[in-house]
Design a protein around this ligand. Structure first.
Ligand code: GLN
Length: 489
C-alpha cells in the first residue's frame, strides 16, 4: 500500500470475497461489516494519496473478537444474553485500532463469555479449524485463529484469561501474544475474570503480531489496572530477532507426561534451533505450577460469577418472561432470563464460583487459591533469576475433533495446563508455530514466557525462532495447510 502497488480498498475487497467464498465452512465470523470496512479503507487510501504520514498498519484490515465493544456493530461475547446488543461506544483497544487506520472487517466467533478451549461453547455454533474442518480451532478465540489461518483476515484481536489467544494460535499454526497484565486496556471488553483477562494481538507472523501489539497497547485512564509506563519496544525486538547470549529456561513441569509425542518432538526441535542460533538453555523448575489448573478454576469462576451477575435482565441484555406466571416478580424474571440466556458451561462456572465465594467456604477455596496464586508468581520470579525467558509447548495436543471433549469439562480444561500459569502471575506469553506433529500432520505451538513488562523479549526470541523454523520448512507453515475452496466450486 505504501508503495502504491495496491490499495486498502483492493485488499479489503479481496478479503471480503474470500470470506464470502469460504466462511460458510469455517464459520469464523459472527458479523461481517463489508460496507464499514470498505468505507474505512477508502478513507485511508484518500489520506495516503493526500500525502499524510500513516502508521505501518494503516489500511490493513482486521477481525475483532466479539467481546470487544464496537460502536455501531453487534457485540455478543458468543452469548444469547447479548444477542442484538449494539454498543454505543468503542472499547479502548478498538478505538486505538480505528485511530491507527485499520478497517474493521467484522466480529469473530468465540466460546460464550470466553469460557472454553474449542469455540464449541459459542451460542452461535462452532468455528472449524481450516487445517481440518472436523477439528476445533482452539478457544475461546477460535474465530480469530480460524480467520487468520483461512486467510480471511491478516490480523485479529484476542483476549487471554487462561490461554484463549495462545492455544488457538497453537492449533491453527498462527501467532498470538498475551501481553503483560495491565499492558493493554480492558475498558470496553466483556469481562470474564478481571484479574486474569488481557487483550492481545493475533497474526500470522511474529512481526505482524508486534505491530498490532504496539497499536493496541498503552496506558488507559479508563482502566484502573492499566500500567502507566511506556509500551515495551516490541516492534524493534521483532525486527531484531536475536538470541545470542540469551538464557532460555525449559520448565520441567510443562513438558513430559500428558503431552502428545509429536508436540514434544517439535518442541525439542525448537530448543535445538535456538541453541544453534546462540542461545544457552537451562532447566528450571516451577513446583507450584502443578496447582495452577486447580487455582485457576477457583479464581476464574469466582470472578466470573461476580462479573456475570450484571446480566440480570433488568438493565440490559436478554429478558424472558417466565412461563405460566401472570405477574412475575423481578426475581422470577431474572431466573427465567438467566436460564434462557446462559449456556451450560457458563452456568457450571457461575455455580462453581458462587460456591467458592460462599461465606462458609470462602477461606477454604477462594482464599487458598489466592495464596497458591502468590506461590506460582514466586516460582516465576525464581525462574527469571536463572533465565531471560521460559519455553514450553503451548498446548499438550494438536487440535482435537469437534465434539470429542464437549461433554467432559475436565478434559477441556486440561488444554490450558501450560498457558494458565502466566495469567495467574500476570506475565506475558506468546505462542508461535513449532511445526507439524508427525502423528496427525497438524500444527503444534511453542510458548515463550517473559517477566512482566519485558514483552519485547517474547518478540526477540520469537522472531529468531520463526526465522530458523521457516528456513527449515522452506517457507511459512501455513503454506502447507490444505486449500479451502468454496463449496461446490
Ligand atoms: N480455556 C480457558 C477457559 O476456559 C481460557 C479462557 C480464556 O482465556 N478466555 O477458561
Amino acid at each position: 500500500m505504501a508503495s502504491g502497488q495496491t490499495s486498502s480498498v483492493e485488499v479489503t475487497r479481496a478479503l471480503l470475497d474470500r470470506t464470502a467464498a469460504v466462511d460458510e465452512q469455517v464459520h469464523a465470523y459472527l458479523h461481517v461489516d463489508g460496507e464499514g470496512a470498505l468505507a474505512a479503507a477508502a478513507d485511508i487510501d484518500a489520506r495516503r494519496k493526500a500525502g499524510e504520514q500513516l502508521g505501518a498498519l494503516a489500511g490493513v484490515p482486521i477481525a475483532i473478537k466479539d467481546l470487544m465493544a464496537t460502536k455501531g456493530l453487534p457485540t455478543t461475547a458468543g452469548s444469547k444474553m447479548l444477542e442484538g446488543w449494539i454498543p454505543p461506544y468503542d472499547a479502548t483497544v478498538v478505538a486505538n485500532i480505528r485511530r491507527a487506520g485499520l478497517p474493521l472487517l467484522g466480529k469473530v466467533n468465540m466460546d460464550e463469555f470466553a469460557m472454553g478451549s474449542s469455540t464449541e461453547h459459542s451460542a452461535f455454533g462452532p468455528t472449524h479449524n481450516p487445517w481440518d474442518l472436523d477439528r476445533i480451532p482452539g478457544g475461546s478465540g477460535g474465530g480469530s485463529s480460524a480467520a487468520l489461518a483461512s486467510f480471511q483476515a491478516p490480523l485479529a484481536t484476542g483476549t487471554d484469561t487462561g490461554g484463549s489467544i495462545r492455544q488457538p494460535a497453537a492449533v491453527t499454526g498462527t501467532v498470538g501474544t498475551k501481553p503483560t497484565y495491565g499492558g493493554v486496556s480492558r475498558y470496553g471488553l466483556v469481562a470474564l475474570a478481571s484479574s486474569l483477562d488481557q487483550a492481545g494481538p493475533c497474526a500470522r507472523t511474529v512481526l505482524d503480531t508486534a505491530l498490532l501489539h504496539e497499536v493496541m497497547a498503552g496506558h488507559d485512564p479508563m482502566d484502573s489496572t492499566s500500567i502507566d509506563a511506556p509500551v515495551p519496544p516490541v516492534v524493534e525486538a521483532a525486527r531484531r530477532g536475536d538470541v545470542k547470549g540469551l538464557k532460555i529456561g525449559i520448565v520441567k513441569e510443562l513438558t513430559g507426561d500428558g503431552y502428545q509425542p509429536g508436540v514434544l518432538a517439535r518442541f525439542n526441535e525448537s530448543i535445538e534451533l535456538l541453541v544453534e542460533a546462540g542461545a544457552e538453555v537451562v532447566d528450571v523448575s516451577c513446583p507450584n505450577f502443578e496447582y495452577a489448573l486447580a487455582t485457576y478454576y477457583l479464581i476464574l469462576p469466582s470472578e466470573a460469577s461476580s462479573n456475570l451477575a450484571r446480566f440480570d435482565a433488568m438493565r440490559y441484555g436478554l429478558r424472558v418472561a417466565p412461563e405460566g406466571i401472570a405477574s412475575p416478580s423481578a426475581e422470577q424474571v431474572m431466573a427465567a432470563s438467566r436460564d434462557a440466556g446462559f449456556g451450560d458451561e457458563v452456568k457450571r462456572r457461575i455455580i462453581l464460583g458462587t460456591y467458592a465465594l460462599s461465606s462458609g467456604y470462602y477461606d477454604a477455596y477462594y482464599g487458598s487459591a489466592q495464596k497458591v496464586r502468590r506461590l506460582i508468581a514466586q516460582d516465576f520470579d525464581a525462574a527469571f533469576t536463572q533465565a531471560d525467558v521460559l519455553l514450553s509447548p503451548t498446548a499438550p495436543t494438536t487440535a482435537f475433533r469437534l465434539g470429542d471433549k464437549l461433554d467432559d469439562p475436565m478434559a477441556m480444561y486440561l488444554n490450558d495446563i501450560a498457558t494458565i500459569p502466566a495469567n495467574l502471575a500476570g506475565v506475558p506469553g506468546m505462542s508461535l508455530p513449532s511445526g507439524l506433529a508427525d502423528e496427525d500432520g497438524l500444527p503444534a505451538g511453542v510458548q515463550i514466557l517473559a517477566p512482566a513488562m519485558a514483552d519485547d523479549r517474547l518478540y526477540t526470541v520469537g522472531a529468531a525462532l520463526e526465522r530458523a523454523l521457516t528456513d527449515r520448512w522452506g517457507g511459512p507453515l501455513l503454506a502447507q495447510a490444505p486449500e479451502l475452496t468454496a463449496k461446490g466450486a
